[in-house]
Design a protein around this ligand. Structure first.
Ligand code: DGJ
Length: 785
């Protein structure tokens, strides 16, 4: 809900209130963002910055000798008038002047939230879900206007913000910086949490205390990046998953971003987020407008899990659109780690048959099916089938898979071009290479210049042909290098400071066209795993390949960090081989499944080479997954115990809306000798409800006991055989946990789990055999009382 009264704007969601006012000089003064306040209790005067006796070096506002803009909380800060903090906007005009003074002009309130600028992805919401406020500001001297648009999503406590600049002056102006969001807070004792990493270890949680000064979280890679995701949290000391005050922001954008967090000497904190100005400079000609990407923010006094729940809801309902919105996603088998580049029709069909046998619903042919591609040195751009591998053609392979009653998906990397390709021979100027300079290379490839309309038209046609020919149901859209050598041969770009943003406008245009043309295709975004994991891509592609690392332990850090900003439905996780290809770590296939099941499940493993026992286990896993899929994909995750915090145990609970179904992952890093009893406490259940609690039945090979098995074999016949041989014949069942208890008991007392194997005895179906990197899934179902 949005209200305006005497120049005071109140934006209310279910649990939060955001207030600002046009002050007596008509500047937008931020007043409050925090726990919900009833309209009647709001006293704007008391929230407003007290004009104080100004210190020696203060710069006072010309028309109000008491006003020090450097102390006032603002919605839109600019340089030149006394606010020396990092500015929201920096615009140069008349040979480099940057002083601006934006003041209130007008406003409008609209119910629902619709797009106002079509070139960038944006959140959306119906009348029941959202309201929009547009505040127009004008500079006091220069003929330019700034519109700030706020979206208020009541149900999930999310507020969105973006800015649009209009140049009505007769001369060009240069936008050096135009942020999407500014949030000034009257407090400085915060921690800052960022989500950082690199290839195969994306979005690890990093927390540090803020002290006076400026911290920047950004990407200059040309993608939102695995280095620093645009998502940030700031939290009061002691804030935990379930209690304490915290704020978080994110950006609906896939290019270079920058989050600035500044703590001032006056105990204030300023947060800015938007396009990274270090690779940006935009000339705005007379009568043109520029729109920033949209940013989002949320506040909670109930800890991190509460904000991530808000973000999960928001992404599922107000970002993801189209056919796959809130629709259960298929269990897939992907060919990459089974074949890499080395396959032919026979092998593909053989793997697809196994995929069908285990219960998969989608078969995905990854890299290597096109051009002359047998490794990563060639063919990107040549989107025609490689008939020396797939002699039957794509259409035939696809129809065989469809006849098996499975969906068919393929991998593409449309934004790239290999030097060794027909496309490069024809259009060398389409590659981003500075003429006369030796370019830097990534994975032997170059990026196509998507700021050019001819490139976009080529890709639209080439991809449409493939999607039609292959009757494609799913597309994995990869992006495997980042930007260097910023340059465009596009004659329309004279200022290279505009290039990267124009590239993203081009990419979004292409995605918009393709997703409209093929509304039923399930698109999955990928960038060497999660190098472009952001709300911009999610606006077109409802899911994202979380990481190239599928290691059971490393994944916990990655998925845990990712869950702070992105829903489970967006997170794709695959069960892969052991030893794992990225870490060489050995782990149990049941535990690999347990971790991969928290989100969208897939298998990326040669199903023809795994053991018969494992194949049976996989079938059972998929049956289990399908039964609880709705919750596992669209439930929200509460991180009861974080691997990132204690490194030894992760306990995550995924719950549906009314908490009638909850799936709990309990993962343990190392097993210890003579282990103490362990308790499983689940504080997020409905305390009033009565729950049935049971664990997923897992199997394990006798070989985990090594030669100890000779001491308790059931039959003398087996005693002469090697451990591996016996394991092929026999598997054991995990312990059985089955209780009926009140929610209050689970949340306050917790369950004492079955005793773990401790070196002195084993009772079948009683002793908990976990091993290193072992885990269990528990199911909680509400019962009628
Ligand atoms: C990087 C992706 O993240 C992998 O899953 C795989 O698709 C390869 N690219 C293929 O080249």
């Amino acid at each position: 809900m949005i209200n305006e009264k005497n120049g005071v704007f109140t934006l209310s969601s279910t649990n939060t209130t955001y207030i600002f006012q046009a002050n007596k000089n008509e500047q937008l003064e931020h007043l409050y963002y925090g726990s919900h306040l009833n309209e009647a209790s709001i006293n704007a005067k008391l929230l407003s910055t007290k004009y104080m006796q100004n210190a020696g070096t203060s710069t006072l506002y010309e028309e109000d000798s008491e006003l020090n803009l450097g102390l006032m909380k603002q919605e839109v800060s600019t340089p030149g008038k006394g606010d020396f903090r990092e500015p929201f906007a920096k615009i140069s005009y008349n040979g480099g002047m940057t002083t601006l003074d934006f003041v209130f002009d007008s406003y409008e309130i609209v119910s629902a939230k619709a797009k106002t600028f079509y070139a960038l992805p944006e959140s959306y919401g119906s009348r029941e879900e959202a309201d929009t406020l547009r505040v127009t500001l004008k500079d006091k001297e220069l003929d330019i206007k700034l519109i700030i648009t706020y979206g208020v999503f009541s149900l999930c406590d999310v507020i969105t913000r973006k800015a649009e600049l209009f140049n009505y002056a007769k001369k060009n102006i240069t936008i050096e910086r135009l942020s999407s969001l500014q949030l000034d807070i009257d407090q400085d004792d915060f921690d800052l949490i960022t989500f950082d990493g690199a290839w195969a270890r994306e979005r690890h949680i990093n927390k540090r205390a803020l002290t006076p000064g400026i911290v920047i979280n950004d990407s200059k890679l040309g993608a939102s990046s695995a280095t620093h995701n645009p998502l940030i949290y700031i939290s009061e000391k002691g804030c935990s998953e379930f209690s304490g005050k915290c704020y978080a922001t994110n950006l609906i954008y896939s290019g270079n971003h920058k989050e600035v967090v500044e703590v001032t000497p006056y105990n204030q904190t300023r947060i800015l987020t938007g396009i990274n100005d270090s690779t940006f400079k935009w000339i705005l000609h007379p009568n043109e407008r520029f729109s920033t990407p949209e940013a989002i923010m949320s506040y909670s006094d109930k800890g991190f899990s509460s904000i991530s729940r808000n973000f999960h809801y928001f992404a599922n309902n107000n970002i993801v659109r189209g056919y796959w919105k809130n629709k259960e996603r298929p269990v897939l088998v992907n060919s990459w780690e089974a074949f890499y580049f080395d396959f032919d029709d026979t092998q593909v069909v053989k793997l697809a048959k196994k995929a069908k046998e285990i219960g998969a619903e989608l078969f995905v042919l990854d890299d290597g099916w096109f051009g002359d591609r047998n490794d990563d040195t060639s063919s990107l751009g040549d989107w025609q089938v490689n008939t020396s591998k797939l002699s039957e053609g794509l259409g035939n392979i696809s129809s065989k898979i469809h006849k098996m009653n499975m969906l068919f998906g393929i991998w593409v990397e449309p934004e790239m071009i290999s030097k060794n390709s027909n496309l490069y021979d024809k259009h060398p100027d389409w590659a981003i290479i500075i003429p006369g300079r030796k370019p830097s290379v990534g994975r032997n490839q170059f990026i196509l210049d998507l700021s050019r309309d001819d490139v976009i038209s080529y890709l639209e046609e080439a991809l449409s042909n493939i999607f039609l020919l292959g009757e494609v149901d799913y597309v994995k859209w990869d992006f495997n290098r980042v930007f260097s050598d910023f340059y465009s041969s596009n004659a329309e770009i004279s200022n290279m400071g505009e290039f990267l943003h124009r590239y993203y406008l081009g990419l979004y245009k292409l995605l918009d066209r393709l997703t409209r043309k093929f509304p039923k295709i399930l698109f999955e975004s990928c960038a060497s795993g999660g190098n472009r994991y952001d709300l911009g891509m999610l606006s077109f592609m409802p899911q994202n390949w979380t990481s190239d690392c599928t290691d059971v332990y490393e994944r916990l850090f990655i998925q845990e960090g990712t869950s702070f900003g992105y829903p489970l439905s967006a997170m794709t996780n695959h069960v892969s081989a052991s030893p794992n290809h990225q870490t060489l770590r050995v782990s149990d296939i049941e535990s690999r499944f347990n971790v991969a099941a928290i989100g969208n499940l897939g298998y990326e493993i040669d199903l023809n080479t795994i053991s018969g026992n494992e194949l049976e286990q996989v079938k059972e896993q998929i049956i289990f997954y399908k039964r609880y899929r709705k919750t596992l994909q669209f439930g929200t995750l509460a991180r009861i115990d974080k691997m990132s915090t204690n490194k030894e145990r992760a306990v995550w609970a995924v719950m549906n809306n009314d908490k009638s179904e909850i799936i709990v992952l309990d993962f343990r890093t190392r097993t210890i000798s003579n282990p103490p009893l362990e308790r499983l406490q689940i504080p997020i259940v409905d305390n009033e409800a009565f729950y049935e609690v049971f664990n997923r039945a897992q199997k394990f090979d006798l070989s985990v006991f090594g030669d100890l098995i000779y001491h308790f074999l059931p039959s003398n016949l087996l005693k002469g055989k090697a451990v591996e041989e016996i394991s092929k014949i026999m598997q054991l069942n995990s312990e059985i946990t089955h209780h009926r208890v009140y929610g209050e008991f689970l949340s306050k007392a917790g369950l004492i789990l079955n005793q773990e194997y401790g070196g002195t005895g084993f009772v079948n179906e009683v002793t908990r055999v976990l091993g290193d990197y072992g885990s269990r899934l528990y199911v909680l179902k509400k019962l009628e009382i």
